[in-house]
Design a protein around this ligand. Structure first.
Ligand SMILES: [Zn+2]
Length: 224
């Protein structure tokens, strides 16, 4: 049996719900015999590093991008770890989808990403999440992160962390949301335009309702 590996970069404005969509897709894949979903999550990786690294913390909290070389090296390291975990996993399903959140975010990273996938001859099928700036800002205001387990939740749905009942706090970079959106428009939108023209298989999804968005993306995976 040949396993088909597909890289799926998730593109979307900060606050478009990438983390929630990733966890929904993983839940769907857990009970599905055909599709395995794993992820490379750059943002949460750097937020973890930021706990012990003042330099990274300042950049992450400010909403600026880490340097291209840091982003490129980290991406390669994380994707190799994920690929190794999949290969050594007990069950290899027909299709393995590697979701990528937070990369590539700038022009140089986009070029590096293209060179990487060409050198490995990998299949890529990007997902573009569409969301109004205003809604993404509102969403970040009600988003909380658990200081204990790191889970993200909305205070609309939960007053405390649904896993460990700790009181959540705002993600530090959510305070710089307007700046993050400006950085996104300057640095990442050109990468998105390029990606829209580069890949045959792609999907654009409204991310107002994240459950519906995840189901649409899941259907897209089934047809890949
Ligand atoms: Zn928790």
């Amino acid at each position: 049996m040949k396993t088909n590996v597909i890289l799926v970069p998730l593109f979307g404005i900060p606050g478009s719900g990438k983390g929630t969509i990733i966890s929904t897709l993983k839940k769907l894949s857990a009970t599905n015999a055909d599709i395995q979903v794993v992820s490379v999550e750059m943002g949460s990786h750097f937020r973890k590093l930021a706990q012990d690294d003042e330099c990274i913390r300042q950049i992450v909290d400010s909403g600026n991008l880490l340097s291209d070389s840091t982003a490129n090296e980290t991406f390669q390291k994380l994707i190799q770890e994920v690929a190794a975990n999949v290969l050594f996993g007990q069950e290899l399903k027909n299709k393995v989808v590697i979701l990528i959140d937070g990369y590539p975010r700038a022009k140089n990273q986009g070029e590096n990403f293209l060179a990487f996938i060409r050198s490995k001859n990998l299949e890529v099928a990007p997902v573009f999440l569409e969301l109004d700036e205003e809604i993404s800002i509102q969403r970040s205001r009600i988003r909380r992160i658990c200081p204990q387990c790191g889970a993200t939740f909305s205070i609309k749905e939960h007053t405390t962390c649904p896993k460990c009942q700790k009181k959540g706090r705002r993600r530090p970079d959510d305070h710089s949301m307007a700046h993050r959106i400006a950085v996104f428009n300057d640095e990442t939108l050109p990468v998105i335009k390029e990606a829209r023209q580069s890949f045959q298989h792609q999907i654009s999804v409204e991310s107002n309702d994240l459950r519906t968005a995840a189901l649409e993306i899941w259907a897209f995976f089934q047809n890949l």
